[in-house]
Design a protein around this ligand. Structure first.
Ligand code: IYR
Length: 223
């Protein structure tokens, strides 16, 4: 590849295998402490942490580099209350009618129900929107590619960034989530993807005693 036509040198540092192994291992150990939290403290969090975590998420790879995401950071008590009310309405419908017995059985170990007080207690809700198209400054529509994959990857990176910055998160997906479009006044070509609740955990927060699958069950090394 020649260094022209919009190409620049890659900024990449080759590391010693031993250092790579050490950093992969310590990163895994740090990630293994991440848990989905449902009891949040109302302690405020620094805006700069949210800003940099979102910048980190925005470095995710995306189809044709279209970056088909938009993050709305909700901190106003009024908006959080509106979101809680709308989410709990959908969740009551889910728990009372929509969810199959098999689904409810799968959720039982998590101890969840239709009440979502954390949507008001947590200092920030990050509503993540997926853009099937991007509308440029001149109003022209551009199709985006692999949008679910791209926004899923960016969301994973956001969760990782917040975790390593010392914040807890909960991936919350009230369904359907169209109410987020209205409450947050987003354009109709953006689809609500996920609501990421973030903040400090409440003191003495408990989490379900669940285990992660071992390497041999989640991976196959074919050599
Ligand atoms: N959205 C509901 C139900 C729920 C569904 C799954 I799959 C979970 O892993 C957890 C919850 C709720 O938030 O309670």
């Amino acid at each position: 590849m020649t260094e022209s036509n919009g190409f620049i040198p890659l900024n990449f540092t080759v590391q010693e295998p031993q250092d790579m192994q050490q950093s992969a291992q310590s990163f895994y150990q740090q990630m293994a402490t991440r848990r989905s939290v449902r009891d949040f403290s109302d302690k405020p969090i620094p805006d700069a942490v949210l800003e940099h975590a979102i910048l980190a998420a925005g470095t995710a790879p995306s189809g044709a580099n279209m970056q088909p995401w938009h993050f709305v950071v909700v901190q106003s008590p009024e908006l959080k209350a509106q979101i809680r009310q709308a989410a709990e309405k959908e969740e009551r419908e889910l728990y009372d009618n929509r969810a199959s017995d098999e689904w409810l059985d799968a959720l039982a170990p998590l101890g969840t129900d239709a009440n979502k007080p954390f949507l008001e207690t947590a200092p920030a809700l990050i509503a993540i929107f997926l853009k099937k198209v991007t509308i440029d400054a001149d109003g022209n529509k551009h199709k985006n590619y692999y949008t679910s994959e791209s926004v899923g990857i960016a969301t994973g990176m956001l969760i990782t960034a917040l975790h390593q910055a010392g914040l807890a998160t909960l991936t919350h997906t009230p369904s359907p989530m169209r109410f987020l479009t209205e409450i947050l006044q987003r354009p109709s070509h953006e689809r609500p993807f996920l609501l990421l609740v973030t903040g400090y955990p409440a003191e003495d927060s408990l989490v379900p005693n669940i285990q992660r699958l071992p390497l041999r069950e989640i991976a196959t090394f074919s050599k």
